[in-house]
Design a protein around this ligand. Sequence first.
Ligand code: NAI
Ligand code: 15L
Length: 268
Amino acid sequence: ARYQRLLLTGAGGGLGKVLRPRLAAFAATVRVSDLAATLTEDGAPHEEVQPCDLADRAAVDALVAGCDAIVHLGGVSVERPFEEILEANIKGVFHIYEAARRHGVKRVVFASSNHVTGFYRQDQVIDSHDLRRPDGYYGLSKSYGEDMAQLYFDRYGIQTVSIRIGNSFPTAKDRRALACWLSYDDLTELLRCSLFTPQVGHTVVYGMSDNNGVWWNNRHAAHLGYTPRDSSEQFRAAVEAQPLPAADDPLRIYQGGMFTVAGPFDLQ
Ligand code: NAI
Ligand code: 15L
């Protein structure tokens, strides 16, 4: 099965750029979107390029029209002042779901984040039913996005997989990343499972590779059939050659690492 037209938001970002060519396997046409300034690459033959600010409700409505699934990666991806998060992430995710409802889109994959539960300690193992403990405004906005997904499933039957992505970059760069790294190939496989598993309701899954010493148990997402193939072990020797952070360093204590101490952002 493939979709007719899949929307990718955040297409100009780190993960968006990696995923663009890979999504050709999942849909006949991929509509790629980001802020105009960020969406600089030309479209491939299978792509439609449509810049859009997620904070603009009418523009998002037009962006979603004609699509039959959405991979929503767009938004502020680090801790920032509340006002920035409010526009891109909180209003943005509302605009996406409202447009999905109006245009009959039945499947969304939402790029949530490990920062929804960032205040758990690194010596704890949690699953998606544990209480959320966002580590900042960014984590809070992803928590809100998950609640939005649940509401639009309960009311309108729009199904979502919220992927609480760990750390998805070419390599795992520190000890924290060894536990939560997600390779691009495993991310692609998790997207495939999220887009094509028939009944997902609203499923929350942690996005991680088959790493040693993980903090997350995906028992409540087993129906996705996601089996990671990669592991961060390949980076362990290089990482462990680095000095160990001090015992009271948030990077060593909390799952969310330094996000737990970003800010505050005072009025200027
Ligand atoms: P990124 O910051 O490279 O990409 C996000 C994109 O969203 C950017 O290109 C940015 O221009 C766009 N964007 C920001 N505000 C916007 C707005 N108002 N309207 C339209 N587009 C806007 O982040 P990355 O690493 O590619 O992550 C993609 C998604 O996955 C994000 O939602 C991020 O929160 C989430 N995620 C990523 C993780 C990672 O390890 N890469 C970990 C956890 C979550
Ligand atoms: C995230 O949510 C960010 O988007 C990404 O840039 C990384 O900082 C990642 O979490 C992480 O926790 O390492």
